[in-house]
Design a protein around this ligand. Structure first.
Ligand code: BGC
Length: 780
């Protein structure tokens, strides 16, 4: 373990270790931003930061509320210091939308404000089992009046347009007027990009007794967003309540004045339906009204129950049980919960790098989805993985245009995007990472192998594979001084600290994989569904000569190896750069991306994130164990892990080559990155890829699961100090449960007819007459 990383591991837990909960027991205003990310709720369609219901005007320093819809963005011209031809002209930024969660409570005229008065009791709890967030408080105002408040909120998974808040309160030592001011606040702005721009206008608003709506338009992109609110008043509120309502241009307030009686419980449920549309002739309002009306009929309690049922189903597939380490037990569930909250499931959206929990990275989708999050779903909820790939299919035309922009054939997927166009104005960190094409092809093949979804591969998958392969065949070139091998110049691998290099090994190998898998699947479909194949071939002008050319290119791709060091060089120039070890860089200069000029970073052998090591994992069947060890030993001291995508991959490789301590330490850094705030940036939003990486690090790392050529392998071991761990996987229509303890692995067929895989070298077959098999594990 490097000095710097070891230090990070010393970080203390922020929340107590609990199996199914994240609990904040003390309110400290300085933790607000971090907590707003940790307690963010979402359902893949929309997400809300964990900002308190009561507002704290003028408090941007201490709170950054946010409500977002996945895929709803504003678009502004990118301002360049110096222009070059063919740069993207327009950015895309996920818009901070109306705040429907605002609820303020007043005792007479005194507003509930945790920074004033006396906070006697406080607890906020994210319940991962139920999918709810609950805050309980006892607060005393400056006249010594005490009030007990309980607020429960959730964003429904089964009704993607519905969010709900139950607001309960009780006057403990007084009777008197309590006012609840519930609002729908459309006067909002982004906190980072666009902060000086008015991204939204109000198209319509109306308020009636307990209900009302706003309709927003995103000025630059014509998205229309309808928010409809309905309040359900508890019996005791109805008896004592007078409702006033006010609508200004950009907000609606409902004022419930209650003559509260000491010791009496009062409840107000606030239901919100949010819906959007970009089509000119569509009005999202009528559907939103119908959604809220239906939710109101169902009622809060039943909605809560639905939520719990949904979560129970999810945990059936996605839970990982760890016996012997409750810090990790908690982390796993927390991460799996947030991944679920982040993922777009409608084929038109994907996974923003920060989920729907913050504005950083502008809500953009990166390769993070395919390389880090998609495997999690492919093996647990394949239908979600399918929709992520459909999103790419639905943006294929834009990727074709992007290829043309770069004078390339086929399709080049954007590095950063929401709508499918490249949204990055910094090409040395974006367009240069052509490897995204191969990452998508790799994920597509992974999904196909795991699911056997022939319909998908025939109707969508092959077209993506051919178009991405075309890009590679036009990007590279035969270089005489490299024995006329096919080389890729001016690229960047996953390591963003080395952009604009020639023959990045990860890129070359993955391009070869992309070309080969395109050919293999084309040939398969040609044989199995000749008519479908023919139709596609005609539509995209694919012929035999082109497939032959792909074959030739794939076999001619230059695959770097350095004889002298007996390692895989990261690229042509890497080994010749200035030597350096991360342990010799002063800690306060890390992360380098924030402290060193890019040119300084580029001249050193210093790495931001797993690059060659990711290659050793993804195409691991091409490389010998000795090479993996040599590569690990060479690259590990040079890697800063300045990207949170890195430690998981090092953990997996460390597991594979028997470096048990490193495997565990890197695993810890991945698993609790946001909970313990290792990188001190969780306030910006959760790290979705890192969360997916945690799952990879357990399943591929400790359990040594690999899938090559449609076959499944396990090489399990148990980390020191653990007693047992257990997870479930789906594979080709079956589901198995894998349990690893100190001595043995147990494989149990949960559903499906038959499944076959290897445990080390032993073939295991589970079927209806042999549901369960135990096997020895080797000690590492
Ligand atoms: C990493 C990229 C990643 C991006 C978004 C960057 O810091 O280097 O690999 O795609 O963050 O998570």
């Amino acid at each position: 373990m490097r000095k710097y990383h070891a230090k990070k591991l010393e970080k203390e837990a922020i929340y107590p270790y609990q199996d199914w909960k994240i609990t904040e027991n003390e309110f400290l205003v300085e933790n607000n931003h971090h907590n707003e990310s940790i307690f963010a709720l979402g359902n893949g369609y929309m997400g809300i930061r964990g900002t308190f219901e009561e507002d704290y005007p003028g408090s941007e320093d201490t709170t950054t509320p946010g409500f977002y819809i996945n895929g709803v963005y504003a678009s502004e011209n990118i301002i360049y210091g110096e222009q070059s031809p063919n740069l993207p002209m327009k950015g895309q930024t996920m818009v901070n939308l109306a705040d429907w969660s605002e609820i303020n409570l007043y005792i007479n005229e005194e507003k509930l404000d945790l920074l004033k008065g006396n906070l006697i009791d406080y607890q906020r709890e994210l319940n991962l089992q139920q999918g709810t967030l609950c805050r309980k408080m006892i607060w005393e105002d400056r006249q010594s009046r005490k009030i007990e408040i309980k607020i429960t909120r959730f964003i429904s998974f089964s009704r993607e347009h519905i969010g709900a808040i139950r607001y309960q309160f009780k006057a403990i030592n007084f009777s008197g007027r309590i006012t609840i001011n519930s609002a729908l606040n459309g006067d909002v702005r982004n906190h980072h990009h666009l902060r000086n721009k008015k991204a939204l206008s109000i198209l319509a608003s109306e308020v009636d007794q307990n209900t009302g709506y706003l309709v927003h338009k995103v000025n630059s992109t014509d998205f229309k967003i309808a928010y409809v609110i309905e309040h359900l008043l508890g019996e005791t509120v109805k008896d004592h309540c007078e409702v006033k309502k006010r609508a200004s241009d950009n907000r609606i307030d409902w004022v419930f004045e209650i003559n509260a009686v000491e010791g009496q419980d009062y409840t107000i449920d606030k239901l919100a339906a949010i819906n959007h549309s970009q089509a000119e002739d569509e009005n999202p309002l009528s559907d939103a009204r119908a959604f809220v009306a239906r939710a109101a009929i169902t009622g809060f309690e039943n909605l809560l129950e639905e939520q719990a049922e949904f979560m129970a189903g999810y945990w059936q597939d996605a839970d990982i049980k760890i016996d012997g380490d409750n810090a990790l037990q908690q982390a796993f569930r927390f991460n799996s919960f947030h991944i679920l909250q982040a993922v777009g499931k409608n084929g038109r959206t994907s996974v923003p790098a920060k989920g729907l929990s913050g504005e950083y990275y502008e809500g953009h989708y990166f390769w993070d989805t395919e390389s880090y999050v998609l495997p999690f779903f492919a093996f647990q909820r394949p239908e979600v993985a399918r929709n992520l790939l459909l999103y790419r299919y639905n943006t294929l035309d834009k990727a074709r245009k992007n290829a043309k922009r770069m004078r390339l054939k086929g399709a080049l997927f954007p590095w950063r995007t929401i709508n499918g166009d490249e949204a990055s104005g910094f090409f040395m960190g974006s367009t240069v990472q052509y490897h995204i094409n191969a990452d998508i092809a790799y994920a597509l093949n992974l999904y196909y192998q795991v699911s056997n979804d022939h319909e998908f591969i025939e109707n969508y998958g092959l077209e993506i594979l051919i178009e991405t392969a075309r890009m590679w065949s036009s990007l590279g070139s035969y270089i005489p001084l490299y024995n006329n091998q096919f080389c890729f110049n001016e690229v960047c691998g996953p390591d963003e600290y080395k952009p604009g290099v020639n023959n990045n090994a990860y890129t070359n190998y993955m391009a070869k994989f992309n070309l080969e898998i395109a050919i293999e699947i084309a040939e398969k479909i040609k044989e199995n569904s000749p008519e479908k194949y023919q139709r596609l071939a005609e539509r995209i002008n694919l012929n035999e000569q082109e497939l032959e050319m792909f074959k030739e290119v794939a076999s001619d791709i230059y695959l770097p190896y350095n004889d002298k060091l007996e390692i895989t060089p990261q690229d042509d120039s890497f080994l010749y750069k200035n030597p350096i070890e991360v342990d010799n860089i002063p800690e306060d200069e890390l992360p380098l991306v924030k402290n060193w000029h890019p040119l300084i970073i580029w001249r050193y052998q210093v790495i931001k994130q797993a690059d060659v090591m990711l290659l050793m994992l993804q195409l691991g069947n091409n490389f010998r164990r000795e090479l993996k060890i040599k590569n690990y030993d060479y690259y590990e001291p040079k890697t800063t892990h300045d990207s949170s995508l890195s430690p998981a991959i090092y953990s997996i490789l460390a597991s594979e080559i028997g470096y048990k301590v490193q495997a565990y330490n890197y695993f810890m850094q991945t698993a609790r990155l946001d909970l313990d705030d290792y990188n001190e940036n969780a306030y910006q939003g959760i790290h979705a890829a890192c969360m997916g990486g945690t799952w990879l690090a357990l399943v591929q790392g400790f359990a040594g699961m690999r899938m090559f050529n449609g076959k499944l392998y396990f090489h399990p071991h148990l980390p020191d100090g653990w007693h047992k761990y257990q997870f479930r996987l789906r594979f080709k229509g079956s589901q198995i449960e894998v349990t690893i303890d100190q001595k043995k692995a147990n494989y149990l067929l949960i559903s499906g007819q038959q499944i076959q895989f290897k445990h080390y070298d032993k073939i295991i077959t589970l079927n209806q007459s042999n549901l369960n098999q135990e096997a020895e594990i080797k000690q590492v």
